[in-house]
Design a protein around this ligand. Structure first.
Ligand SMILES: NC(=O)c1ccc[n+]([C@@H]2O[C@H](COP(=O)([O-])OP(=O)(O)OC[C@H]3O[C@@H](n4cnc5c(N)ncnc54)[C@H](OP(=O)(O)O)[C@@H]3O)[C@@H](O)[C@H]2O)c1
Length: 344
């Protein structure tokens, strides 16, 4: 079912080989036909997540679509066609989600994206498209880690590393909303101020000695919950184990790499690894619906004023995607980098 005549072709950015940010090249592709249980979304905006850069470079080639590929998971846009079996959406609905851009599915770096309807929710009314595009992947990740798995409770001492980062800035807000006493880390004072403005009661430099800040903020007891979106590769995970209390909970988004588990044993820690791409990579509809439910609840939080995206100061269009990836990989961004796809 389509609301209006759609063009046969669309502008997109594709990679034909893995490589640096310049691996992207413009392409004119066929507009996808809508399939059962899917909708076709006219893409307004997408955002850059580190996994998009890792897929592009080949560092996470195993997670990516076959080449040539249209990358990027996060999308905000308008439904322009609805497939058989879809009851939740109608043509004209404004939606957001993280439906693809990984193995088996096309992504959002194109004027139109075919999306499994189970992965989408209606966009928060109070956000622009570009603001909504910043939220899906990081919100699903932070929610799964802190609300579902760690089950942050009122009064819990929660440590969130990278409190102004993509995942971290949502984690700070969710943990605060659950009633946690949020302690955020960041590398400089402006970023620590951002974390405080998002709900962190305390913010400090992650370069500090772990024992030192555990003593200062928890009287040596340790944090009930540590949310670590830096993790194994960068070597923070063992410090997160050290920062946790006896029987505390450590949640990470990066567990690839060698990590000493000694402290998890001696403290009886619960360790959760969030990998939000699992439902997409394994075509798991229950998992997609779980993501959709998070996005629905997040939309309510946003419209109630309890959750907001932190957008990087730089803005990019579809034809500037290489620059957007370069900025993220250089670590020059603060918050989410959004790419406007419409209006090119
Ligand atoms: N498994 C999953 O499902 C999943 C989902 C989302 C993200 N991830 C992964 O999680 C990581 C973060 O993603 P993101 O979108 O949040 O990236 P991001 O926006 O680039 O943020 C990275 C954050 O890490 C902080 N940081 C860097 N080094 C640190 C250290 N040694 N100790 C504490 N904090 C440190 C940075 O703080 P400063 O800016 O102050 O330096 C920044 O806030 C990436 O590796 C990404 O691939 C995984």
């Amino acid at each position: 079912m389509s609301g209006r005549e759609l063009p046969e072709t669309m502008d997109a950015q594709v990679i034909r080989e893995h490589g640096g940010p310049d691996a992207f090249e413009p392409a004119e592709l066929d507009v996808p036909d809508v399939e059962p249980n899917h909708v076709l979304v006219e893409v307004a905006a997408t955002s850059v997540n580190p996994v998009d850069t890792k897929i592009r470079s080949g560092a996470a080639a195993d997670l990516g679509p076959d080449l040539p590929a249209v990358l990027h998971g996060d999308v905000a846009g308008t439904v322009v066609a609805v497939g058989a079996g879809v009851d939740d959406f109608a043509v004209g609905d404004e939606v957001y989600g993280c439906p693809g851009g990984v193995a088996g599915t096309g992504g959002a770096l194109a004027e139109y994206a075919l999306a499994d309807a189970a992965s989408l929710a209606h966009k928060p009314d109070s956000l622009t498209m570009r603001e909504a595009a910043a939220l899906p992947l990081v919100t699903i990740t932070a929610w799964d880690g802190l609300v579902t798995r760690a089950d942050v409770a009122p009064g819990d001492d929660v440590l969130v590393h990278g409190g102004s980062g993509g995942v971290g800035h949502v984690a700070v807000q969710l943990a605060a909303r659950e009633g946690g006493i949020v302690h955020a880390t960041a590398s400089d004072e402006p970023k620590r101020d951002l974390a405080r403005n998002l709900g962190a009661q305390y913010a400090f430099d992650y370069h500090r000695d772990v024992a030192d800040y555990v003593e200062e903020y928890t009287d040596g007891r340790g944090f009930d919950v540590v949310f670590d979106p830096v993790g194994a590769g960068a070597g923070t995970l063992e410090g997160s184990f050290d920062a946790a209390s006896l029987k505390g909970h450590v949640v990470t988004t990066v567990a690839r790499g060698d990590v000493a588990l000694d402290a998890t044993h001696t403290k009886g820690l619960s360790v959760d690894v969030v990998f939000m791409l699992i439902p997409l990579l394994h075509d798991d509809h229950d998992g997609r619906r779980y993501h959709r439910d998070i996005l629905r609840r997040a939309a309510s939080l946003v419209d109630d004023g309890d959750l907001r995206p932190l957008l990087d100061t730089e803005t990019y269009g579809l034809d500037e995607i290489s620059e957007a990836h370069r900025r993220l990989e250089a670590g020059e961004h603060v918050g989410k980098i959004v790419v406007d796809v419409a209006g090119e």
